[in-house]
Design a protein around this ligand. Structure first.
Ligand SMILES: [Zn+2]
Length: 181
């Protein structure tokens, strides 16, 4: 199958391949790499490139959420996070201040030094146990404002399976955040 190949030469030691979302191929190569060497490199990875291109082509298109859908999510998130924080705060052994809901592409949640919590409305589209993980994570920052071993021990005390919940976010989080403009 035909595709365009772009080459970027830079101060690097080895060649690397990337298949872009539009199906084109990017080769990063050391400064003095000649075209034949690049051609051979691309040919050698032909199967891998085809596989990546197929994966991209068969992925469902990302549907952006409308303003209406977002404001609906924000409203239901406000209620849900309020409930879940009230459930988990006594289990973690902390209190908290205001809860703010944002629909954003960057963070799932945060906790200020004053104890105000901020949660991403997109978590309403994640499994409930994943939303709970983010709630517990932020509440545990009331005890430790870092990600030290002690912090994770606190998370584990309340949610022994936190790793699996975090794994879901790592695997599917980008796709969720891509739904916000
Ligand atoms: Zn954290």
């Amino acid at each position: 199958m035909a595709y365009t190949v772009e080459v970027i030469r830079s101060r690097r030691r080895s060649m690397a391949l990337q298949v872009r979302p539009d199906g084109s191929v990017l080769v990063r190569a050391p400064l003095r790499t000649g075209t034949p060497a690049i051609r051979a490199f691309v040919a050698r990875h032909g199967d891998w490139i085809e596989k990546q291109r197929l994966r991209i082509a068969s992925a469902p298109p990302v549907e952006k959420l409308s303003e209406e859908e977002l404001s609906l999510l924000r409203r239901s998130a406000s209620e849900r996070f309020g409930e879940r924080a009230a459930v988990f705060a006594p289990l973690v052994g902390v209190n908290y201040g205001r809860i703010t809901i944002r629909c954003q592409k960057s963070k799932w949640g945060s906790c200020s030094a004053a104890g105000n919590l901020n949660f991403n409305c997109l978590l309403m589209l994640a499994p409930p146990e994943v939303l709970d993980y983010v709630v517990v994570h932020e509440l545990c920052h009331r005890l430790e404002m870092n990600h030290s071993d002690t912090f994770w021990r606190n998370v584990e005390r309340v949610l022994p399976d936190w790793r699996e919940r975090r794994k879901w976010l790592r695997e599917h989080g980008d796709a969720l955040m891509a739904r916000v403009r």
